[in-house]
Design a protein around this ligand. Structure first.
Ligand SMILES: C[S@@+](CC[C@H](N)C(=O)[O-])C[C@H]1O[C@@H](n2cnc3c(N)ncnc32)[C@H](O)[C@@H]1O
Length: 254
């Protein structure tokens, strides 16, 4: 192929898709990437994502009424998460730090927990048996971690719990608080992995306390190392004294 033919084949669109050559595909892909990375297209797609995310609020009553299929709910969740990531995105490291500090500052002025009675009635005092139907075997009421495509739901609970322990540099024998312990996914995991750790779980649900202690006993963990405090951490400042003499305070999606 001479130079003229080459430039032609690069510039002229093939009449049929069968005539498409690999380099034309690569060129087309590169062009698309270039267009998509321009700030106008980027801003436009962020705006569309933002509209879609806000619009999904309008559809929530349909979701609660059970009229939206799961695949659409999953799609909606992804749209909302991408939109949230865009809102947090910063143009520079300085901007990112300043955004983060703004969030930290606003958290300092907020109560630790809100709507606790409603949350208890809706989720936390619901019998643990109900959660046998919709949570994994660890009753983890928070996100899992899928390190590989083939990770199962059950494995995702353990993978995330191990990840927390690694991040928090947990060592056997430590005194650890699990603030907002739920049905003990972390408390029980700590008891299993670190048999000499002293663990204090805190939650505002009586039924969760019973479930955790019963499960620890059934699994043969050292129950004397586990204390579960039932209180509302927003009201009961005294209960938080428990936190002071510990090596670590871990809290997951309280
Ligand atoms: C979403 S669940 C997460 C449970 C657990 N950390 C997990 O990852 O499986 C939130 C937990 O925080 C507890 N919680 C929420 N508000 C609380 C409050 N004001 N005082 C004490 N516990 C609270 C709930 O009872 C529940 O155990």
């Amino acid at each position: 192929m001479n130079l003229v033919d080459l430039s032609r084949s690069l510039l002229i669109l093939p009449a049929d898709y069968k005539d498409v050559r690999p380099h034309q595909l690569a060129l087309g892909f590169a062009l698309l990437r270039l267009i998509a990375s321009t700030s106008i297209v980027e801003k436009f797609s962020e705006k569309v994502l933002n509209w879609a995310s806000e619009f999904s609020d309008v559809l929530l009553p349909l979701v609660y009424a059970g009229l939206v299929p799961d695949f659409l709910i999953r799609f909606g969740i992804r749209v909302r998460l991408y939109d949230h990531l865009n809102i947090l995105k910063a143009k520079s490291v300085e901007q990112e730090l300043s955004n983060k500090m703004e969030i930290i500052q606003s958290l300092k002025t907020m109560p630790i927990a809100i709507e606790t009675d409603a949350a208890n009635a809706q989720h936390y005092e619901v019998p643990a048996k109900f959660y046998d139907l919709c949570l994994g075997p660890r009753k983890k009421y928070s996100s899992g971690l899928w390190p590989t495509e083939s990770t199962t739901f059950e494995e995702s609970e353990v993978a995330m719990l191990d990840h927390y322990c690694k991040l928090a540099e947990v060592k056997d024998g430590m005194k650890i608080v699990d603030l907002g312990c739920g049905w003990g996914s972390l408390t029980l995991h700590l008891a299993e992995r670190f048999p000499n750790a002293k663990i204090t779980g805190i939650s505002n649900s009586h039924s969760q306390r019973e479930y955790i202690l019963e499960t620890a006993k059934k699994r043969g963990y050292n129950v004397s190392n586990i204390t579960i405090v039932t209180c509302n951490v927003s009201d009961d400042k005294g209960a938080l004294d428990v936190v002071k003499d510990n090596d670590l305070v871990m809290t997951v999606e309280m």
